[in-house]
Design a protein around this ligand. Sequence first.
Ligand code: 5GP
Length: 194
Amino acid sequence: MNFLEERIIKDGVVKPGNVLKVDSFLNHQMDIGLMDQMGEEFHARFAGKPVTKVLTIEASGIGIAYPVARCFGVPLVFAKKSKSVNLDGDLYTAEVESFTHKNKNTVVVSKRFLSADDHVLIIDDFLANGCALQGLISIVESAGATVEGIGIAVEKGFQIGGRIIRNLGYQLESLAIVESMDDTTGTICFREQG
Ligand code: 5GP
């Protein structure tokens, strides 16, 4: 088991509805040492890629994307969730359905912060059905920029998102892939990664 898998076993909580709670160390209270370690790991996995921007989505992606951007020495851009229907033309937009909140958000990125010559590394905390990632990919495509890769802290391998994104041909690196989990026993099994 790697460092993130070990931490999930120690402090993750399996909730009904296929939700894994990691809020004591990842997305509510954050273990900064762990965040830095994840940043270094993503930096190593995407070494050699000509990354010019790291892109994530608010709020919980930001804490993980920050150390990644620091390792690459590039800006971090986060897509904002906007309820406004009056979006002006200076924004890239995408519709994203939230797995945990079951609602739809329009997510936006200012056109000032992504352009056709950018090489983007997308980072997020979870991958479930892939809606959040597909929204971020479509924003990068709207800008005419290039997706250099996608880094995820926790992929739920029993949901469809990972397969969709890999089938699209992207280099998707998930630090932990949950193969199965059981809210009655609290058991969590990870996919072996080579
Ligand atoms: P997707 O769009 O891939 O269905 O879901 C990804 C988003 O939903 C992530 O950005 C994350 O915020 C949230 N999410 C999905 N599954 C889980 C989960 O099991 N636990 C937590 N804490 N968040 C999740």
